[in-house]
Design a protein around this ligand. Structure first.
Ligand code: BJW
Ligand code: ZN
Length: 238
């Protein structure tokens, strides 16, 4: 409906300063659990209690967490850059809580569950099991968190919209992702080949850093509040 000039692609690092652990790298790892061991359909089949335990623990952590200066800066940019869209790999909902209006959740949301058999879906803000029972659908099947696990397709419209957007923006800001998980990691590469200026913000270098037009080394909460005029400079370049 609108052609955004600017999009922001985010990963777990944007929420690190809110006290939300990342998946990889230093400070990553949820209680020693590797994401590859809990974020797969097979892990859920083998041990649904363990997988639900992981997501309920993360919900409890998120209820304590608040959007940080990085999320708030991105929300403020939408006043200046009409149609600004946030394309996030995160499931935590912190962009929306910061006030961002257009958010594409590539990997789903932790705040819903659905049934693998009949696709029945409901919001779910619970942080513990009732009577130690895993949530069951009205059809009798176990329900699962509405997130995207390894080996699963991303929501079709989300990933299609994301590629459309990076195809038309002048500037893509990539924040707090290791750029290790596909297809999300292909978005900045696609933006580059479509002629966008790509700015990366991360305390550590990633596979994108040498390809980006600008790599700014640092924490999102420190760098993003200072970045608006730099973005505007690239947007206004012909
Ligand atoms: C800061 C900071 C601060 C720290 N400020 N920054 C080749 C091509 C295509 C696909 C594949 C491929 N090879 C393999 C695949 C399949 C697979 C994949 O990509 N595997 C890779 C590991 C190689 N992809 C999939 O399976 C995807 N589906 C798919 O491809 O479907 C088609 C298909 C089906 C079947 C077979 C083949 C293809 C689905 C991927 C789903 C990922 N799901 C998870 C869990 C979601 C639910 C949950 O949250 O539990 O998504 S895994 C986890 O990783 C989560 C994240 O969204 C995702 C990305 O992590 P992210 O956000 O980058 O975080 P980190 O921790 O890695 O990095 C944090 C960064 O922040 C670091 O760089 C820090 O430096 C930085 N940082 N503090 C700013 N203050
Ligand atoms: Zn069902």
């Amino acid at each position: 409906d609108m052609n955004p000039l600017v999009a922001v692609a985010t990963g777990a690092g944007i929420s690190a300063e809110s006290g939300v652990p990342t998946f990889r790298g230093s400070g990553g790892l949820w209680n020693g659990r590797r994401v590859e061991d809990v974020a797969t359909p097979q892990a859920f089949v083998n041990d649904p209690e363990n997988v639900w335990g992981f997501y309920l623990e993360r919900r409890r952590n998120l209820l304590e967490a608040k959007p940080n200066a990085g999320h708030l800066a991105i929300a403020a940019w939408q006043e200046r850059f009409e149609g600004l869209t946030v394309i996030t790999q995160n499931v935590d909902g912190l962009h929306q809580r910061a006030g961002s209006k257009r958010v594409i959740e590539l990997h789903g949301t932790i705040w819903a569950r659905h049934c693998n058999r009949c696709q029945h879906r409901e919001d779910d803000f619970s942080t513990s099991l009732i009577n130690n029972c895993l949530p069951k659908c009205k059809c009798g099947e176990l329900m699962r968190p509405s997130v995207v696990w390894f080996g699963e397709e991303l929501p079709e419209k989300s990933i299609a919209d994301a590629f459309d957007i990076v195809n038309m923006v002048k500037v893509l800001v990539v924040v707090g992702t290791s750029n290790a998980v596909y297809p999300a990691a292909a978005l900045p590469i696609h933006a580059l080949s479509a002629g966008a200026t790509v700015i990366e913000v991360n305390p550590e270098r990633t596979s994108l850093s040498s390809k980006a037009h600008l790599f700014i080394q640092g924490a999102a909460g420190k760098i993003l509040p200072e970045l608006e005029s730099k973005i505007a400079e690239f947007v206004n370049r012909i």
